[in-house]
Ligand binder design. Structure first.
Ligand code: GUN
Ligand code: FE
Length: 454
């Protein structure tokens, strides 16, 4: 497929340089370097636009998007359990602690079989890329070989990925058939994967990165948490885990450590600028301040939280405090890997948090969360720019130095679900309609680092 390295693209579309303001691009000229990074973004009224356009055209290095096509940054999914893809859309009938033992650990244990891993991970990565997810932060399984296969597949498919071998060694919470045999195995296995990814022959551009991944406090011994904290400091890797997800999980950590997940992770040295905490639904105001002070990020998983969390994450409050928040599909805790679905869910649950949900209560008693709603701009920010900020990667917007990770939304595709009305839909309304009504047939093209991947 096509590579845009050295080329320029003329496109209309949308992105957010920062939270709160959507930039509408109209026939912007975006030049892309051989390394897939954006060299310049020129608007038609800016100096050099016509010159550069003519020069690229004369070289046969100019691509122009057709009418009705809009360029968006690729999506950043901050929380994906890659091995859980086979149970997407099923097994959502029990609480988290039962779901893990009854459905999820048995499924993840199957990745001891490399052929199964290859088939499952191949499907997942292809489907996520086709849905516009250009960067994914993945939990894999405890297995070395299968997790290496996931890294190989992302490199082949061209998806930007941050991948972790899951560490879980607490015999009280993890079954005999699926756990690291010791802290040493959990920590050494993590180190081995870091080495594999960093020295991979096909990964010289570091498209795939390793991440230290204690599953969550309940499934790890203190020795493992301590060792992984030290390893994270030493390797400078990303860190990911689950934090204060449900009443059971939050209560388990309070009972075992006498402090919240956030404080406990902090004591183990696991909260840093490159940490992403999934869910964090039940964090306290003090926890949120700690997360903000460490510069850690939160993966808001609105679909999954509806099934496994006991509450709605106060997204608007977190964003207003300057916390780095992006979206997570939490495949398969959430039944959709599409960040369009997750943006819509984030919009809906924030509205329900603001309004309350109990019809037996009067409007003044129904909610204690005035102002909790978000708008489509905040949802779009979380799915793109905000995800890039949380990972501290140059992705999520069209700025010089950022990677050209992008998708084309074809609003004219009849099989798709966007219906624009020329006399009604202008400016940001087009973006709003894309966010609320786009479906897979509308995603016409996807690039990662200038390489066409779908
Ligand atoms: N907590 C520990 N493991 C998991 C998992 O796989 N999914 C979710 N949603 N929460 C978890
Ligand atoms: Fe999860």
């Amino acid at each position: 497929m096509d590579h845009l390295g050295g080329k320029a693209i003329i496109a209309s579309g949308f992105h957010m340089i920062e939270r709160g303001s959507v930039e509408i691009l109209r026939n912007a000229l975006i030049a892309i370097g051989e390394d897939g990074a954006i060299v310049s973004v020129l608007r038609p009224d800016e100096r050099g636009y016509e010159e550069q356009k003519s020069r690229q055209k004369a070289m046969g290095m100019l691509v122009t998007l057709p009418q009705g096509a809009y360029l968006l940054p690729g999506f950043v999914d901050l929380h994906v359990h890659a091995p859980q893809y086979p149970q997407l859309g099923s097994a959502l009938d029990v609480p988290l602690e039962v779901w893990l033992q009854q459905y999820t650990f048995p499924l993840e244990a199957r990745y001891a079989d490399a052929a199964f891993a290859r088939r499952s991970y191949g499907l997942l990565v292809r489907d996520l890329v086709a849905n516009g997810t250009t960067t994914a932060l993945y939990f894999a399984t405890i297995h070395q070989e299968a997790t290496r296969i996931l890294a190989d597949i992302c490199l082949e498919a061209g998806q930007r990925a941050v991948i972790g071998k899951v560490a879980m060694d607490n015999a009280e919470q993890c079954p005999d058939y699926y756990r690291d045999a010791s802290p040493d195995q959990a920590i050494r296995g993590t180190e081995d994967l870091i080495g594999y990814i960093r020295s991979h022959k096909a990964n010289s551009a570091a498209l795939v990165k390793p991440v230290v991944t204690p599953r969550f406090i309940p499934s790890c011994t203190d020795a493992t948490l301590e060792g992984l904290g030290a390893l994270a400091r030493q390797c400078g890797c990303h860190v990911q885990t689950h934090c204060s997800e449900s009443d059971w999980e939050h209560g388990y950590v309070l009972a075992r450590h006498g402090i919240t997940d956030t404080d406990s992770l902090d004591r183990f040295g696991l909260l840093g600028r490159h940490t992403v905490l999934a869910h964090s639904t039940l964090i306290t105001a003090e926890d949120m301040a700690t997360i903000g002070a460490r510069g850690s990020g939160i993966a808001h998983c609105p679909l999954s939280n509806a099934y496994f969390s006991s509450a709605v994450f106060p997204l608007k409050a977190a964003l207003d405090k300057g916390i780095h928040v992006g979206l997570g599909s939490d495949i398969s805790g959430g039944p959709s890997g599409s960040l369009f679905d997750n943006m819509r869910s984030a919009l809906m649950v924030a509205r329900m948090l603001e309004l309350g949900v109990d019809p037996k209560l009067g409007p003044s008693e129904r909610s204690r969360h005035a102002g909790a709603r978000i708008d489509f701009r905040d949802a779009f920010y979380c799915a793109t720019t905000g995800g890039g900020v949380a990972l501290d990667l140059p992705v999520g917007k069209f700025s010089p130095g950022y990677q050209f990770d992008a998708m084309v939304i074809d609003t004219t595709d009849e099989r798709g679900t966007i219906r624009l009305w020329d006399d009604l839909d202008q400016g940001e309304t087009v973006l709003q309609k894309i966010i609320y009504t786009a479906s897979k047939p509308n995603i016409a093209k996807v690039w990662v680092g200038g390489r066409q991947v779908s």
